[in-house]
Design a protein around this ligand. Structure first.
Ligand SMILES: Nc1ncnc2c1ncn2[C@@H]1O[C@H](COP(=O)(O)OP(=O)(O)OP(=O)(O)O)[C@@H](O)[C@H]1O
Length: 298
């Protein structure tokens, strides 16, 4: 393993009784990139994040965050010191005012970024004098994001950061994530908002039923993934006829065959033509690929 990577896991697994929440997940998340972590409800995203943070122990497998071993309590403490995390439970001191909590948090971090604090305080319209316990849920999320982003951590992990935010605040968040990435922070965030992910991520990881189903640079996905629809004169050939490199998903219905290809598009098309099919190739977006990879076959 190497600490060149922000996050690295090998065979990471977590069971809750009989539920296999995460199954043999091997990830490599580069530094100074924005990585989107996608999957359906219950796919295992939060469980993975909690294991990375040392909040729960893996049933099997290993992992490192910024080079620190997630299973070692002392190293896990270092992880929590060096990264920022915003999850479902914001863990904010309710009895402090917004301004007090910002001052308090700032005192722990020498690399605090006053310009990010000032910008987000204004953009998020946080009321400095109000007690944290008296601000709305969306505002608590914004405050937690401000505290995380202004610290300028080496890595920031966000579990559905835009959930509950209004559209203006989401814009601010996306802009700030790009800004902190430019400043050298690695960003790893789970989201259901594919349009947001498509706008800012460098790399996309997708999991389904606890297993990795895609790990690619977004640019490569848009450049290389294609839908290939083949139409045959009679009943389409059997699935084994399409066991070719680059075929990620295959569906056959009557005379039609539909393929999601990650590479080797020319080879797949040439093969289809040798079988006398008419072929149509179309580009895909992140939404198409997500639906194709995680939706149960009809
Ligand atoms: N504490 C727990 N006890 C038992 N089962 C759990 C627990 N936490 C999660 N699970 C189960 O593990 C699986 C993965 O859940 P997880 O919360 O990691 O998914 P997720 O991808 O974050 O989902 P969502 O998008 O809905 O937040 C689900 O089947 C869930 O019901």
């Amino acid at each position: 393993m190497t600490d060149e990577l922000a996050i690295e896991t090998h065979g990471l697994t977590r069971h809750y009784g009989k539920v296999e929440a995460v199954r043999g997940l091997s990830l490599a998340v580069e530094r100074q990139c924005i990585t989107g972590f996608l999957g359906r409800n219950g796919a295992g995203k939060s469980t993975t994040i909690k294991m990375l943070l040392g909040m729960i122990r893996p049933t099997a497998g290993t992992g490192r965050v910024l080079g620190y071993n997630i299973a070692d309590p002392a190293q896990s403490l270092q992880i929590r010191r060096r990264i920022a995390y915003v999850g479902e439970d914001k863990g904010l001191y309710g009895y402090m005012t917004v301004a007090e909590l910002i001052r308090f948090t700032r005192s722990f971090y020498p690399d605090w970024q006053p310009h990010i604090e000032a910008r987000l305080l204004k953009a998020y319209q946080l009321p400095p004098g109000r007690k944290v316990k008296a601000i709305s849920k969306g505002m608590r999320t914004k405050l937690a994001l401000l505290l995380a982003l202004a610290r300028r951590p080496e890595l920031i992990i966000l579990d559905e950061p835009s959930e509950g935010l209004d559209p203006v605040s989401i814009e601010e968040l996306l802009q700030t994530l790009q800004e902190v990435r430019a400043g050298g922070t690695s960003v790893f965030f789970s989201s259901h908002q594919l349009s947001e992910v498509e706008r800012i991520t460098d790399r996309v990881l997708m999991i389904d039923h606890g297993q990795l189903v895609m790990n690619t640079r977004l640019g490569d996905l848009l450049d290389n993934y294609r839908n290939i629809v083949m139409e045959f004169g009679a009943q389409a050939p059997v699935p084994t006829a399409f066991a070719l490199a680059g075929v990620e998903r295959l569906r056959i219905k009557g005379r039609q065959v539909w393929v999601l290809a990650s590479s080797n598009v020319e080879g797949i098309v040439a093969h289809a033509r040798t079988l006398d099919a008419t072929v149509q190739v179309t580009p895909v977006n992140l939404r198409d690929v997500f639906l194709d990879l995680v939706r149960e076959a009809p």
